[in-house]
Design a protein around this ligand. Structure first.
Ligand SMILES: [Zn+2]
Length: 83
């Protein structure tokens, strides 16, 4: 198929692989019982932040890691409706 000038131009400008944003996860480690919980990132999370959210002992947890993970399936859920 013959491409028009504009189609080619659009391809060059916008034809990059659509970027799928990684899901950001936060890992909390309970300082009392050692329970480690991985959950989705909330606004304001940062490493070494302490929280009171252990599911097991209601103790103080500390964020030990914040990282992004790409979804395992490609080209699905390109548009997520996160609140
Ligand atoms: Zn705990």
């Amino acid at each position: 198929m013959l491409e028009t000038h504009w189609e080619l131009r659009n391809k060059l400008l916008f034809g990059k692989k659509k970027e799928v944003l990684p899901t950001i996860y936060t890992e909390e480690l309970c300082q009392y019982c050692g329970d480690k919980v991985k959950r989705t990132f909330y606004d304001g999370d940062y490493v070494y932040k302490t929280l009171l959210s252990c599911n097991k002992c209601s103790g103080t947890t500390m964020i030990v890691a914040v990282y992004g993970e790409y979804p395992p399936t490609k080209q699905k859920k390109m548009f997520q409706q996160d609140s």
